[in-house]
Structure formats: structure tokens, C-alpha cells
Design a protein around this ligand. Structure first.
Ligand SMILES: NC(=O)c1ccc[n+]([C@@H]2O[C@H](COP(=O)([O-])OP(=O)(O)OC[C@H]3O[C@@H](n4cnc5c(N)ncnc54)[C@H](OP(=O)(O)O)[C@@H]3O)[C@@H](O)[C@H]2O)c1
Length: 329
């Protein structure tokens, strides 16, 4: 069936400026790490993309290795894009990355110019795109000179294969160096993609301050702690959840009683605020404007509806924030 997007799609989403750039990102972005690969139901992935776009999500995040198998998420995204979104390319901010294991041998991983240039060409073919909006270096490479990696990102922008570039998983000191080098090259770093959730607050120490000073945006990945900070595990481990799935990134052992005790207490605050726990966890990240966008994953369209509902209530009373601090301590 032909897809006609919701005409009201821009009325309920918030769009935040990414650092000091000209680009705004939807406050909620959809990541295709899980549930878009070769083992998932294609029509479900397609329905999630449509739902996200209908709700005003403009930003879609991929990487060369998302699947399984690696590359499958980009291929499926390419099929969905061709079927449903070709007429809407200019309303979308599409990101991909390279940095993790992609093909055998010394040129299929890390941060050499050889790897990054080849990987982006492969990604563009898989997705059927002429360019991506954002291309990231996915993780720092301890061996390749940072000048080489950043030089490849700069070249990619000059070639028109990406409009903007970003870094991911860089610690504050590494990020500072990368941002400086990119400034020298004349291709500013648009964004840092970092893990951040109520259960994982490392960015608060230094990174968020640095990014603000430098005018670089921040997108928080796994803001729901891969599903833990939702109602998903309140009554055990559902058979269709990530923890029960073959994904190695969340296991039944991660759903500890200590974590669940915190989840239950947080859920009480969410209920009192009239929100789902997922909505409160996302609002909490967006609460003070230091983070441009929260990058969620989903396994069903309804989860995206729920998450986007967070936008309705992003403010916290001081006593709510204090209670949350005590629970997380
Ligand atoms: N740069 C990096 O190194 C890096 C690393 C990891 C992720 N990422 C990016 O971040 C994106 C998100 O990561 P993530 O999937 O771990 O994020 P997440 O948002 O923390 O977790 C997503 C999971 O939470 C559950 N969920 C989502 N909304 C829900 C709701 N409203 N109610 C109940 N459960 C809900 C679903 O679990 P079920 O599947 O169990 O239903 C979903 O798969 C990825 O797709 C990727 O684009 C980047």
C-alpha cells in the first residue's frame, strides 16, 4: 500500500538545534540497531519507520554493522526508503557510522582512512542513497592517528557523501582533541553520540560541559537502558523482549533484583507524573537542554507512540528530581 504520511506530523514533536549548527533534530530519534536486521519481520520494521515519521521523528540512526548480519539494517532501511520515503528525503536526517568490525582483514575495522572511505561507499549502496546527513566515527581507534581519522571525515564532507560529521563513544579528552582537529580542517564536529540514561551517567562528569562549550550537539543512545527503564520487565522477562532474545546486548542476568527495585520506585514517580516510565526516562535526559535528542530503539510501533508522548511533559519539579537522585544514588 502506498504510504501517505500524517499531514500533522510536525505539530507535536519538538526540534532542537544541534549544538551551534544550522541543523535541528527531532527531540526523539529512532535507531535501527535492533529489530531491522535479517532475522526480524520486515513489515514490522517498515511499520515502525512509518509510525516514527508520522509522529514527527525526522532523524534515523544506522551503522554499517547493524543487523544481524552486519549490513542488514542498512539494506532493509534501503528497501523501506525506496518503497515509502523517496519523496521525503529532504525531510529526513539519516545517519550511519563506521568503526566496528565489518569485513575480514586489516581494513574492515577501527579508524583508518582506508576503512572509513570504503565503508561509507558500501553503506550508501546498501541504503540506495547518494549521501547521508551525518557520518560518524563509531568508536575511537587507539592506533590510527586522530588526524587521519578526522581527515577522512573531513574528506567525506568535501566529497558530498555526508553533510555533517560526528563522533561516538569518545571520552571527553579524546573528543576535545577530535573537535580541535576538525575545527582546523574547517569541517566542524556536528554531534557526539554517547550512551546516557538514568542508569548510565558518565557523560555528566565532563563530556556534556565540553560539548556545550564547543557548540557540539549531543545525542543520547540507549536512553531507556536497552529496555530496563520501561515497564517491560516489571512483571518478569517477556518472551518477546530483548533480554529474552538472542541479542548479546541485554541478558536475563542484567535484570537484577537491585535494578528492578530502582525501576519500581522510578515507575511510581512516573505514574504520579501521569507518564509511563519510558516517557519519564526520556524526559529526564531532555530536562535541561544539554542533550539535543534521545536516540531510542523499539520493537513495536506502539512503543514509538509511547516514547514520543514524553514530549508532552519534559519539566520536573525540584522534589521529583531529588527523589530520582536518591533512587539512582
Ligand atoms: N553509537 C553507539 O555505539 C551505539 C550503541 C548502541 C545503540 N546506539 C543507537 O541507539 C539506538 C537505541 O539503542 P537501544 O535500542 O539500546 O535504546 P533504548 O531506547 O535504551 O532501548 C530500546 C528498547 O527498549 C524497549 N522499549 C522502547 N520503548 C519502549 C516503551 N515505550 N515501552 C516499553 N519498552 C520500550 C524495547 O525493548 P524490546 O525490544 O524488549 O521490546 C526497545 O527495543 C540504537 O538503535 C542505535 O541507533 C548507538
Amino acid at each position: 500500500m502506498n504510504y501517505l504520511p500524517n499531514q500533522d506530523r510536525y505539530s507535536n514533536m519538538q526540534y532542537n538545534r544541534c549544538g551551534k549548527s544550522g541543523l535541528k533534530l527531532s527531540a526523539i530519534a529512532l535507531g535501527l540497531w535492533h529489530n531491522f536486521g535479517g532475522v526480524t519481520v520486515f513489515e514490522n520494521s517498515r511499520a515502525m519507520m512509518r509510525r516514527a515519521f508520522d509522529l514527527g521523528i525526522t532523524h534515523f540512526d544506522l551503522a554499517n554493522n547493524y543487523g544481524p548480519p552486519p549490513g542488514a539494517a542498512e539494506e532493509n532501511f534501503g528497501k523501506i526508503f525506496k518503497q515509502d520515503f523517496q519523496g521525503y528525503r529532504d525531510e529526513m536526517v539519516i545517519a550511519t557510522k563506521a568503526g566496528y568490525d565489518m569485513w575480514p582483514g586489516p581494513y574492515g575495522n577501527w579508524g583508518s582512512k582506508k576503512y572509513l572511505m570504503a565503508s561509507l561507499d558500501q553503506s550508501l549502496k546498501r541504503m540506495g542513497l547518494d549521501y547521508v546527513d551525518i557520518f560518524y566515527h563509531h568508536r575511537p581507534d587507539p592506533e590510527t592517528p586522530l588526524e587521519e581519522t578526522m581527515g577522512a571525515l573531513d574528506l567525506i564532507v568535501r566529497q558530498g557523501k555526508a553533510l555533517y560529521i560526528g563522533i561516538s563513544n569518545y571520552q571527553a579528552a579524546e573528543a576535545k582533541k577530535a573537535i580541535e582537529i576538525l575545527k582546523r580542517f574547517g569541517t566542524p564536529c556536528l554531534i557526539h553520540q554517547a550512551s546516557y540514561s538514568m542508569f548510565n551517567r558518565w557523560v555528566e562528569a565532563e563530556l556534556l560541559g565540553l560539548l556545550q562549550e564547543e557548540g557540539v550537539g549531543c545525542i543520547a543512545f540507549s536512553p531507556l537502558a536497552k529496555g530496563l527503564l520501561t515497564g517491560r520487565y516489571l512483571k518478569g522477562i517477556p518472551a518477546d523482549s530483548r533480554a529474552a532474545s538472542p541479542s548479546i546486548f541485554l541478558n536475563p542476568d542484567d535484570i537484577t533484583e537491585a535494578k528492578m527495585a530502582k525501576v519500581r520506585e522510578l515507575n511510581e514517580i512516573a505514574v504520579a507524573r501521569g507518564q509511563s516510565l519510558a516517557q519519564m526516562a526520556l524526559a529526564w535526559i531532555l530536562r535541561d537542554g544539554k542533550v539535543t535528542s534521545v536516540l531510542i530503539g523499539a520493537s513495536k510501533p506502539g512503543q514509538i507512540d509511547d516514547c514520543v508522548g514524553a514530549i508532552k511533559s519534559l519539566d520536573f519539579a525540584d522534589e521529583e528530581l531529588e527523589r530520582i537522585e536518591k533512587i539512582l544514588a
